[in-house]
Design a protein around this ligand. Structure first.
Ligand code: ADP
Length: 844
């Protein structure tokens, strides 16, 4: 083929491409020559082509097509629109004319005349008649495309522009192939969507515009031609389009709209929207024309949207997590939540909701078990607490100032009928006018806390009672100490004034002694009790004669009873004769019995009686248990008082016991002593009828020899002519001791402290003193130290001389301390003459 022919051939092919591009836009394209009323079909559905078979007149052909495809109503309008004789006039100043009409076949259609050629006078000689279906589907498609973002919309506009420019240049196209070639080049170049045409088979590139090159990432037409022919291996089809759909385009005319991903080699993935249409080529092969649109950024936006959607789900998940965490917190708190919603009046309940955790707390499993109703939950509350709960609840709701929160501690009956303590708290959320809108709160199981705080309160109450007893005791002590003290002092004053009246002063001295004795016993009781309360202190045991002890206490009791006009009856078990010798603390046993018998007399009524029943029970090989039951017909005690009868300082109503002397310490001491002896004490009593005390104490059996061996000589000590070193820092005490001893015939040497005593003893030759009476607490050197010094002196009598401690500390450990310092005996102050002489006598 000649070079020129070749060029022409290429030109024609390009022209065809332009026509095909038009054909891809319009349903039908006709070229009409107005001068000779002839026409050419550039593209049209087959049905129209066959309809026009044999018609050569353009007017006839167009009329025929219109009559067959336009609805009746619009037929006349459309026929007048397509009247070719008026057309040159109508289009004198127009480049195109449009009409929309309803077609009988495919819905709405837009028909357009486009100027193709004018003669030198400007009269229209050649037009294009094009039409396109603009029914619903088409419109939807356009809408969708528009939605894909501005750029796509811009493309639409570009296509529109292209169409317009194509229309504009129809005349030039018809005139000059070369010109048309360049025009098509311009159109293609300016399109903002990519256009790509190639043959099938072979994939020979026919046309590609710069946008298509850019989209596909090809540098130039040569690279495009090369890449087109090899397969696009890296294309991934999207939107449900399969390769099969595309392959169909090779076999039949049609179009496929799809998206595909392409990797342009710069590590960037692009998403391309495309439409491929296939046509039968001039030489029998097929041509595919594809329009390409880069929608990567739109896809990115969509992706972002999905990410946001994902974030929303994340947030929702987080919310669920938070709820779970909250539930976990509630369950560790042993709590569950509830929410009430109220109507405008702030009281009428609209809804109530309880969490499953709360149901669990009450022993229920789900909503069927325990529904969300106020009734169900109020009924769950303990009947005694319902009114209280309601009051608290209503006052929280009704306090429009919001100062009152709902809070209540109450008992509820669980599903299994057990009763536990719960604490409800609630916060009211109010409307502007103060009415309650919501009540949100928690109910917690506080059973353990409540019970332990009750226990604490009980303990507190006990402490308070003990304190009260102590306070009243102190008041009493102060009274009890002052009374005998006043008495003693008053009597001394009186005696001073009546010194000459011997009989009168002797009587007063006797009274003063009684008062002083009472004072002493009061002090001794307090000291003894405070000692006994120390659990480490143990009673020392010695063998003793129980029969003799019982005889002694009954003698004392009988004297006392007689003084009070009370009748005492003793009932002694004969078996005591079998085990008279026992191991124990006789002084303390005596104290217990005397105290109980004393009370039975003291708290008796006029002409009342006391029955004392003693029995003995053998326990095992070496032990017995002695039981004493003391029953009186006295004033008795209330049941309430019996609960605390052994509390220190406790005395039944003052109005009853007030006149009777006492400290309220006797029974506390008895109880402590009995405990220390591993015994038991019980009491029954009725006001106005009398009381009954039962004491049972276990003893180890002792041998007769043990008891006889330790029994003390009864005779009074003789100090006549003895030389005694008297060590005492207190002048009054020194005077008393001096008078007592001198009166008994002893010779006294005085030392005012320990150091003086040591000096005097050391200065005098061995055998000067027969005994030392040593105070313990003294300035310069105390009695223990002085004793140790004397004992360490290197002289004959230093080791042997009896040293007797005189101290106000009368406890067992004081005695022990004195012994360790090297002392031989112990005298408790205030010193009693008989006791002192007896002890001294036993040592000399
Ligand atoms: P005191 O007799 O010094 O008051 P107690 O400790 O011996 O102290 O007794 C405490 C209280 O118990 C008495 O004050 C009295 O109210 C009551 N009480 C003790 N024994 C009897 C009894 N046999 N009958 C009636 N009340 C008694």
């Amino acid at each position: 083929m000649a070079q020129k022919d070749l060029q022409e051939e290429k030109g024609i092919e390009k022209m065809n491409i332009v026509y095909r591009t038009l054909a891809s836009i319009y349903t039908g394209v006709f070229s009409i020559n107005l001068t000779n009323d002839t026409y050419d079909i550039i593209s049209s559905p087959k049905s129209i082509i066959s309809m026009l078979d044999g018609i050569t007149s353009a007017q006839k052909a167009i009329n025929c097509a219109i009559q067959n495809t336009v609805s009746r109503d619009e037929l006349l309008d459309v026929l007048s629109f397509v009247n070719l004789s008026y057309l040159p006039k109508k289009m004198e100043a127009e480049k195109s004319l449009n009409i929309d009409y309803k077609g009988t076949i495919s819905g709405w259609v837009r028909g357009s005349f486009i100027v193709a050629e004018r003669d030198s006078t400007g009269r229209l000689t050649q037009v294009l008649y094009v039409y396109q279906v603009i029914d619903e589907e088409k419109r939807k498609e356009l809408e969708q495309l528009q939605q894909l973002k501005e750029s796509y919309a811009r493309t639409e506009k570009e296509i529109e522009l292209e169409k317009q420019s194509l229309e504009k240049d129809k005349k030039i196209l018809a005139d000059d192939l070369k010109y048309q070639n360049s025009l098509s080049n311009v159109v293609m170049e300016q399109l903002t969507c990519g256009v790509l045409a190639y043959t099938i088979p072979g994939r020979h590139l026919l046309e590609i515009n710069p946008e298509a090159l850019r989209i596909m990432g090809w540098k130039n037409i040569e690279e495009a031609a090369e890449k087109m022919e090899t397969n696009w291996k890296n294309v991934i089809l999207l939107n449900g389009v399969s390769e099969e759909n595309l392959l169909n385009l090779r076999r039949q005319e049609g179009s496929v709209k799809y998206q595909f991903m392409i990797n342009t080699g710069e590590g960037n993935e692009k998403r391309i929207l495309t439409e491929s249409k296939s046509f039968v080529g001039r030489y029998g092969g097929r041509i595919i024309i594809s329009t390409l649109m880069d929608i990567t950024h739109i896809a990115a936006l969509e992706k972002e949207k999905n990410v946001l959607k994902g974030k929303n789900t994340l947030l929702a998940n987080e919310n669920v997590e938070l709820q779970r965490a909250r539930d976990a917190v509630y369950s560790t708190l042993n709590a569950g939540s509830y929410l009430c919603t109220y109507a405008e009046d702030g009281e009428s309940l609209l809804s109530i909701k309880f969490s499953d955790a709360l149901r669990k707390l009450y022993g229920y499993s789900n909503e069927e078990d325990a529904p969300n109703t106020w009734d169900m939950w109020l009924k769950g509350a303990h009947p005694e607490d319902r009114e209280y709960i309601l009051n608290r609840y209503m006052s929280a709701l009704r306090d429009r100032t919001g100062n009152t929160e709902y809070s209540a501690i109450f008992r509820a009956v669980k599903k299994d009928k057990t009763i536990r303590w719960y604490r409800a708290v609630g916060h009211v959320i109010r409307r502007k006018d103060g009415t309650a809108e919501f009540l949100y709160g928690l109910i917690m199981d506080v059973d353990e806390q409540k019970k332990s705080s009750d226990r604490l309160e009980e303990a507190l109450e006990q402490t308070r009672r003990a304190n009260e007893a102590k306070t009243s005791f102190l008041a009493r002590m102060s009274h009890d100490i002052r009374t005998p003290m006043n008495g003693i002092m008053g009597l001394i004053d009186i005696n001073d004034k009546h010194a000459e009246d011997m009989a009168f002063t002797a009587k007063n001295r006797k009274k003063a002694r009684v008062a002083a004795d009472h004072l002493l016993s009061l002090i001794n009781d307090v000291l003894q009790l405070s000692k006994l309360e120390d659990s480490d202190i143990e009673l020392t045991e010695t063998p003793f004669n129980m029969l003799k002890l019982l005889d002694d206490i009954f003698t004392i009791t009988e004297i006392r009873a007689k003084d009070n006009g009370i009748n005492v009856k003793k009932n002694e078990d004969d078996r005591i004769q079998d085990y008279p010798y026992l191991w124990g603390s006789p002084l303390h046993v005596r104290q217990i019995y005397i105290n109980l018998l004393g009370n039975a007399i003291k708290y008796n009524k006029k002409n009342g009686s006391v029955l004392c029943d003693v029995s003995i029970e053998k326990k095992g090989e070496n032990h017995v248990s002695v039981k004493m039951v003391i029953k009186d017909t006295g004033i008795g005690m209330s049941q309430e008082f019996l609960q605390r009868i052994f509390d220190p300082f406790a005395r039944e109503h003052e109005e009853m016991t007030g006149q009777r002397e006492g400290t309220g310490l006797g029974l506390s001491i008895v109880k402590q002593l009995v405990n220390k002896m591993n015994g038991t004490i019980e009491v029954e009593s009725e006001v106005d009828k009398g009381s009954c005390f039962t004491v049972e104490i276990p003893f180890k059996i002792a041998a007769k020899e043990d008891v006889i061996h330790i029994e003390e000589p009864e005779e009074t000590g003789n100090v006549e002519g003895k030389n005694i070193l008297l060590v005492e820092d207190n002048e009054l005490n020194m005077d008393i001791a001096e008078v007592l001893l001198t009166d008994a015939g002893a010779n006294i040497t005085k030392a005012m402290d320990g150091q003086q005593a040591v000096d005097i003893f050391a200065e005098n030759k061995s055998g000067t003193f027969d005994m030392i009476l040593m105070d313990v607490m003294m300035p310069v050197m105390d009695g223990y130290e002085a004793t140790r010094c004397i004992r360490s002196l290197a002289r004959e009598d230093a080791k042997e001389i009896p040293i007797i401690a005189m101290t106000a500390n009368a406890f067992v450990e004081d005695v022990e301390k004195a012994r360790q310092a090297g002392m031989n005996g112990h005298l408790a102050k205030p010193i009693k003459v008989d006791e002192m002489l007896k002890l001294i006598g036993s040592m000399l």
